[in-house]
Design a protein around this ligand. Sequence first.
Ligand code: ZN
Length: 430
Amino acid sequence: MSERVVFEQARLVDPLAGVDEVRDVAVADGVLAAEAPADAERIDARGLILAPGLVDLHTHLREPGEEHKETVATGTRAAAAGGYTAVAAMANTDPVADNAAIVQAVRDLAAAAGSCDVFPVGAITRGLDGEALAEMGEMVEAGVRVFSDDGRSVPTARLLRNALTYAKAFPVEVVLAEHAEDASLIEGGQIHEGARSASLGLAGRPAEAEEVIVARDIAIARACGGRLHLCHLSSARAVDVVRRAKAEGVRVTAEVTPHHLVGTDDDLVTYDTNKKMNPPLRTAEDRDALRAALADGTIDAIATDHAPHAVEEKDLEFDLAPPGTIGLETALAVVLTHLVEPGVLTLLRAIETLASAPAQILGAADHGGPLEPGRPANLVVFDPGAEWTVEAPFASKARNSAFMGERLRGSVRYTMLRGAFTVADGKPTR
Ligand SMILES: [Zn+2]
């Protein structure tokens, strides 16, 4: 149900409008209103921040095929709880989202759940087999704008060139999103390869695995003019390659996860399987380079790589546990606590990287702001000072959080999707 509401004296932070100021924000008939309707509900938002709803470029919803980990309904409820109004759902489901029928099925499930808009990502190759291109044309017609074989890299430069060249021929902008880890360098690898992997006796995944794919992909994108996006960057040298490419005008964007912005491989000394992920947490130098790159615009967006697993799957020996951490419900607070409070990012830049930039990359025109009269009321209202502890249960079906037990500041009070509350008074409404 679309609300008639005024958030009184909220601090409006709206990067696309260049606004950071305290004012009333009114919503009616699903859109932002210039004037508060006379019968509007009035919400005291003094001390709260009102921003465009967050947009996640990298969510694993697990449905179809792995509903014991997460479903579209639970994953999108987790998204709303975290302040998101739109997420891109990765293609590595079972069956794989490599055709228009699966894409539409995921979208229908999301619409029925009503918590958050879902933009399905299409597979680049059929069944993620890394061999034949998927039915990209059919999926573009069905509204898909981002393609990815996430979980693995496109295996050869030639196949990537074919995909980028093909993608460029569509009348709309189509983005190829790459999981950049060279398969031949990471086989059997568990954590970042370095002194820590040696001391823990775990096989490594070297930073060069990322750097070589990033360099390869940028070379191909430069040559054929395709639109490339790099998922979850984790290493300082890969960041340097992206920085140079952007300076040259290559059409490349990049994302980084909250966990790579905070954690390092030293966190693995307890063999915590919730901190096992691909690409792995690296060194403090890598983490600091990622932070600097996010601040200076080399990295465009923060994406969660929300990767739910069942408790019994993560509760295994380190070598056997699947990689990944959930992230939708902690991303905003992690960014506020670890990046905004210490002054690494301004609040405006943080919202830009969490909402406006990802919306633009995704082609989600109704999301990410600007929050101006007549625009869809997709927004989040949060209390930047509210402290809480990361603990189960989550709105997500999973509980494999790399931030488990941490004290964070920043708590979502309201999330609105087209003027309807998906979170009210801090609780999901669906
Ligand atoms: Zn990935």
